[in-house]
Design a protein around this ligand. Structure first.
Ligand code: ATP
Ligand code: MG
Length: 601
């Protein structure tokens, strides 16, 4: 088991995945038990058939024959029903175990993804995480169900059948020495050739899935840029390509069946030919009883055992192909399950935040260890509790990056971010993120009522508190106009509210947390200037003790702040009030001039 699939061993893969079997272990084991029982019965039946045929042949009287036929057939009927019952029970158990295992696996993936930091999510990408949750889990479920059904049955059937065939007709045993290797080698050759083909197909399949998802999510942008035809062609090309490769691989695997049939009929032919000549040559009647090296009963059972051996070998090849098809999925699931969240609680974390005073001390930050450029470099900044601070700067100047470090969406590469004099790494994550409330630049609402969405901020919030938060965020006026008001359903992704309404609801949701620090990352960009000013006024008057950080593109969204930080290329270019910066800061002057010129026209 030391063999590696790139950087993870098979042993590690099994160990990780099997943890998700949990409460379904019983069903999986019971299923295996019934399968073993079924295999034992199926192997004993041809032996009894052989005895039945021989007894019929050797019966001296009709009554004796009828009696033995009755006895044997009753036993055979009971065995057939027992085998059927075992088969049904094994099927039910394995299906329950497979579905249960898959649902546990999905739950484990979901729980794990929820512990991920932004860095972890960046590493995998959202669509890849969704693919892993869906199609990869489905493949692993199929493989798991097949494994518990076949992993014991195939070897047991092979061994039992070989032993029984050996007992019944040792002189014909050599036939299996030809047919078993011929069939095994042919099926192995097919499986080995098909495996890399399937692996390639599934990698492309993942990419196709990811691109479908990206396209459907971004369907509005696709339409805006009239890219439907282009995207359709792109999809058709990759889909056709995939279909061609799939057909090639499937054609190869479809050879299994004719090869299997040929070898099976060939072995039956050999057994019949050689077996019947042995019967003819060696049969004597001694005292009314047929004596021969091989009986007719033995011959018929031998054919059945031969078929069972070859079918078991076919099962091996099927599981081999299935396994190789799902190993990539298993690995991709394990990658997520074994990923360490890059941001975790420290030991004995601080569980209270007092004032919301923020300090950046020589902070530098890179998005990944091997990134060439620092996204933030040498940042020093001090914000007193209750202050309202504006952050401005060109796109990509690292405004969002700067504030993301306060609530530990990312950890600094160098230097420290302190809240109330304590490094943010020493806070309990839940406490930190509850007290530092952030309206993200690309914020979303979830399906559910408006009230439910707002209660994400505080699940205990009363209707009055919700109304109050909406008043500050200038959201109550439009919510009151909605049918059902706070009970109106928001559709998935918040598509049934306008951009500006969504921003105001997101601000209300953040206010409901009653945070010590409130960060609005470009959160009023879709709101008109008058409403924007009213929101700021509301924040200043109703949340005087909350530290407020407002990132904005429009200078009039920040000009009444206590001070404004000008960002440029990951560094602080200037700090001061609106008037001070207008006198001293080149970038600020440029932004002001451009915005006033455009505004003045
Ligand atoms: N998740 C990420 N992974 C890698 N690089 C990133 C990531 N997010 C941002 N960056 C890079 O970091 C730099 C700063 O990005 P940031 O989003 O902080 O800019 P911003 O000032 O908020 O811009 P905008 O005004 O457009 O919102 C950019 O060069 C961007 O490409
Ligand atoms: Mg930004």
């Amino acid at each position: 088991m030391k063999k590696k699939v790139k950087d993870i061993t098979y042993k590690e893969i099994f160990k990780t995945l099997l943890k998700s079997v949990r409460e379904y272990k019983r069903e999986a084991l019971l299923s295996m038990f019934f399968i073993v029982l079924e295999a034992v019965i199926e192997c004993a039946m041809p032996f009894l058939m052989s005895n039945l045929i021989d007894t019929m042949q050797n019966s001296l009287t009709n009554e004796e024959m009828v009696r033995s036929v009755l006895i044997y057939s009753s036993i055979l009927v009971v065995m057939a029903f027992a085998s059927l019952a075992c088969g049904i029970l094994a099927g039910r158990m394995s299906a329950t175990a497979g579905v249960g295992f898959a649902s546990n696996l999905k739950e484990d993936l979901f729980k794990k993804i929820n512990t991920f930091s932004f860095q972890n999510i960046d590493k995998f990408s959202v669509s890849s995480l969704v693919t892993r949750q869906n199609s990869d889990v489905w493949f692993v479920q199929m493989c798991f169900t097949m494994l518990i059904r076949i992993c014991l049955r195939a070897p047991l059937m092979t061994i039992f059948s070989i032993v029984m065939a050996g007992i019944l007709a040792p002189h014909l045993f050599w036939i299996y020495f030809i047919t078993i290797p011929v069939l095994s080698l042919s099926l192995l050759a097919i499986a080995l050739k098909a495996m890399p083909m399937f692996r390639g197909i599934f990698q492309k399949y993942d990419k196709l899935n990811e691109s479908i998802e990206e396209n459907v999510r971004g369907i509005r942008v696709v339409k805006t840029y009239v890219r439907e035809e282009y995207e359709k062609e792109k999809f058709d090309t990759s889909s056709d390509n995939l279909a061609k490769n799939f057909i090639k691989a499937e054609r190869l695997v479809a050879l299994n069946s004719p090869i299997m049939q040929t070898v099976m009929y060939l072995s039956m032919f050999l057994i019949m030919m050689i077996g019947s000549s042995i019967i003819v040559k060696t049969t004597n009647i001694e005292g009314g009883i047929v004596v021969a090296d091989l009986t007719v009963g033995n011959l018929s059972s031998l054919i059945t055992y031969g078929a069972q051996i070859l079918m078991s070998i076919n099962m091996f090849s099927m599981i081999f192909v299935m396994f190789s098809m799902s190993i990539a999925s298993m690995k991709r699931i394990c990658e997520v399950l074994n990923e360490e969240p890059s941001i975790k609680n420290c030991d004995n974390p601080v569980t209270e935040m007092k004032n919301g005073e923020i300090e950046f001390k020589n902070v530098s930050f890179k998005y990944s260890a091997n990134a060439e450029k620092f996204a933030l470099e040498g940042v020093n900044l001090h914000i007193k509790p209750g202050q309202m601070v504006g952050i401005v700067g060109g796109t990509g100047s690292s405004k969002s990056t700067l504030v993301n470090l306060i609530s530990r969406f990312y950890d600094t590469s160098d230097g420290e971010v302190l809240v109330d004099g304590i490094n943010v790494k020493n806070y309990d994550l839940k406490v930190l993120r509850t007290n530092v409330s952030m309206v993200l630049q690309n914020n979303i609402l979830f399906s559910g009522t408006i009230a439910e969405n707002l209660r994400w901020g505080n699940k205990e919030a009363t209707d009055e508190e919700i109304k109050e938060a909406c008043d500050i965020a200038q959201a109550s006026s439009f919510v009151d106009g909605f049918p059902g008001k706070y009970d109106m359903m928001i559709q998935q992704g918040g598509i049934n509210v306008s951009g500006g309404q969504k921003q105001r609801l997101c601000i209300a949701r953040a206010i409901l947390k009653k945070p010590k620090v409130l960060i609005l990352d470009d959160s009023t960009s879709a709101v008109d200037t008058k409403t924007d000013a009213l929101i700021r006024k509301g924040l200043r008057e109703t949340l005087p003790n909350t530290t407020k950080i407002i990132i904005a593109q429009r200078l009039n969204s920040v000009q009444d702040a206590d001070f404004i930080v000008v960002m440029d290329d990951g560094k602080i270019n200037g700090i001061g009030t609106h008037e001070e910066l207008l006198k001293t800061n080149r970038i600020y002057q440029d932004i002001y001039e451009i915005q006033n010129r455009i505004g003045g026209k």
